[in-house]
Design a protein around this ligand. Structure first.
Ligand code: WQD
Length: 340
């Protein structure tokens, strides 16, 4: 029997894809999720996809007693911590709920891990900790400086992890800084299912493709980029999930940060064109004003993860759009579609 791995936020977008990879690798994932931005349906589908039973606890991790009961019921070898509020705009409007939820849940988790002699942690961080990039492409030694409460919570948690690891050499922590995760499991059974109007580009594009939205608003056509639209480092969620397995398998004493990206940039118009090709129709878009807080270009230098985690991305932008469309076309309303 493989080791038990606690996956917080395991019903969510990246968490669910990582649960599949863990089960395929022989681990026994256990999910904790408050379903504030995910669906219990995802866990049912994960059990079908992996043909295994996946215990799932519908708890709020800011409730230390409830989280403690999960630790008491299992013997976790390691934790992969995804759970947290993650909408940049919402964090600006509701900073206190972001600090309360993201920080308190993490503090509860780390304290319970210590109490239960579980010192292996892979943390879901974000390229947003770099704020306005001081260099392009970004290495892990670039200046850090979040520019919104969501990013601040990720940066604060990185500091908490560093200090915790420095206090006790038993701790083995990896901080994974994602760039722009997109795509879905090739089965089309799990994928990104944002609540309300999608903040992120690709889920919005796919909702246009499936007829839920009229057209893509392209935020700015006058950026200092090739075609004037924003450039980002999109990474297939399957490559990203594999990155978590690689980080888990390469944990060592201390606390290390890794950029998980492709090192290749794609503009908004290039994404729309790739999506149109995957969907088989020209998707409507209109270039509008820039979105406040946006930057022209964000790009990873993933060479440290390649060297130290023996990991690199394999899937292309076309693969990302193909798999995003397979999920969206089969689930026009996301997981609620499959309730019917
Ligand atoms: C991508 C590009 C937009 C929507 C965010 C968070 C970051 C991380 C990833 C959590 C940009 C443009 C977008 C739209 C558009 N999340 N765009 N029309 O802003 O790079 O990163 O998600 O860790 O923290 O900041 O991703 O998908 O919102 O935008 O033109 O309707 O698409 O301007 O150039 P972003 P995004």
């Amino acid at each position: 029997m493989g080791s038990e791995i606690l996956v917080t936020g395991g019903a969510g977008y990246i968490g669910s894809h990582t649960v599949v990879k863990l089960a395929e690798a022989g681990f026994r994932p256990v999910v904790v999720d408050d379903y504030s931005n995910s669906s219990p349906k995802a866990v049912e589908i994960l059990q079908e996809l992996t043909d295994t039973e996946i215990p799932a606890y519908p708890i709020d991790m800011t409730d230390a007693e409830a989280l403690g009961e999960v630790f008491a019921a299992h013997d976790f070898e390691a934790v992969i911590h995804f759970a947290g509020f993650k909408a940049v705009g919402e964090s600006v409007e509701q900073p206190l709920s972001y600090y309360q939820n993201n920080l308190v849940s993490t503090l509860n988790l780390l304290q319970l891990m210590e109490q239960h002699n579980c010192f292996k942690l892979v943390f879901s961080s974000s390229a947003t900790v770099y704020g306005i990039p001081s260099e392009i492409p970004l290495t892990e030694s670039a200046d850090l400086g979040a520019i919104n409460p969501y990013g601040q919570t990720k940066l604060m948690i990185e500091h908490i992890c560093r200090d915790t690891a420095a206090s006790n050499e038993s701790w083995q922590i990896s901080l994974l800084r994602y760039f722009n995760p997109v795509g879905a499991h090739p089965s089309g059974r799990i994928g990104e299912d944002p609540k309300g109007i999608p903040n992120n580009l690709v889920p919005f594009v796919m909702q246009v493709a499936v007829g839920r939205r009229e057209k893509v608003s392209v935020f700015g056509g006058d950026w200092d980029t090739g075609d004037g639209t924003g450039v980002r480092d999109y990474i297939h969620v399957q490559d990203l999930a594999a990155g978590h397995l690689a980080a888990l398998n390469h944990l060592q004493s201390g606390c290390e940060a890794y950029n998980l990206g492709t090192g290749q940039g794609s503009s908004v118009l290039e994404v729309v064109a790739a999506a149109s090709k995957a969907v088989g129709q020209d998707l409507a878009y209109e270039i509008v004003d820039r979105r406040p807080g946006d930057i022209a270009t964000s790009l990873a230098d993933p060479s440290k993860a390649t060297a130290q985690l023996d990991w690199k991305t394999e899937l292309t932008l076309d693969d990302m759009m193909r798999d995003s469309w397979a999920w969206q076309s089969a689930n026009p309303e996301g997981y609620s579609s499959s309730d019917s």
